[in-house]
Ligand binder design. Structure first.
Ligand SMILES: Nc1ncnc2c1ncn2[C@@H]1O[C@H](COP(=O)(O)OP(=O)(O)O)[C@@H](O)[C@H]1O
Ligand SMILES: O=C(O)[C@H](O)[C@@H](O)[C@H](O)[C@H](O)COP(=O)(O)O
Length: 182
């Protein structure tokens, strides 16, 4: 399948792909999404960069975001994907996308949007957050992220991947699920 390779240039409607690597903070979204972007040539987006400064300050201070905090952020991410779609480009972005209603907002106006959910034991995620230096997200917020998380419903296009696998394994599993060459 070559429709999404960097060489293919502008893609017609229906040929482009839009993928969100989802999961709680520290699950490995950035690592895997960057790998997918490298292998596919799709435009990469990092959801943390779409948060208003107030949201970042709130998380940094150890306070979980509310739905109200998240709506403008989700709207900005959706607008960005729609712009890329209008330009005929495929995208892969990181986004916690913790609740079903958030994912519904993210899907608006797109022909298709696939979710790759990085899931696994809380202890593994916690130790990764502890080991990550210079990131604004405090490990204490992990529990609220896990409490907010709603698994993909059967009618949502997506797959759950085991975050304990290595990044290379996960990128291969993602590409295989997406029906792309590994
Ligand atoms: N599959 C993996 N196996 C081991 N360590 C990983 C894996 N994926 C990510 N990491 C490490 O875990 C930490 C969190 O990963 P990151 O990609 O920043 O997660 P997120 O974007 O979901 O917050 C980073 O230090 C990263 O290097
Ligand atoms: O909806 C939220 O509460 C945040 O978006 C959160 O889920 C996200 O994970 C943070 O932005 C931390 O960034 P990392 O996911 O990169 O740790």
């Amino acid at each position: 399948m070559s429709e999404s390779t960097p060489e293919s240039g502008q893609l017609g409607q229906g040929q482009q792909r839009h993928v969100i690597v989802m999961g709680v903070s520290g699950s490995g979204k950035s690592t895997i999404a960057e790998g997918i972007a490298e292998r596919t040539g799709w435009v990469f987006g990092e959801a943390d960069e779409f948060h208003p400064a107030a949201n970042i300050a709130k998380m940094e201070a150890g306070t979980p975001l509310t739905d109200e905090d998240r709506w403008p952020w989700l709207e900005a991410l959706n607008a960005w994907m729609r712009e890329r779609a209008a330009a005929g480009e495929s995208t892969v972005i990181t986004c916690s996308a913790l609740r079903r209603v958030y994912r519904d907002r993210l899907r608006e106006g797109l022909d298709s949007l696939d979710f790759l959910h990085l899931d696994g034991p809380a202890e593994v995620i916690a130790s990764r957050m502890e080991g990550r230096k210079g990131h604004f997200m405090p490990p204490e917020l992990l529990q609220s992220q896990l409490d907010t998380l709603e698994a993909l419903d059967p009618d949502e296009s997506g797959v759950v991947l085991d975050l304990r696998h290595t990044p290379d394994e996960l990128i291969d599993e993602a590409l295989t699920w997406l029906n792309l060459p590994t």
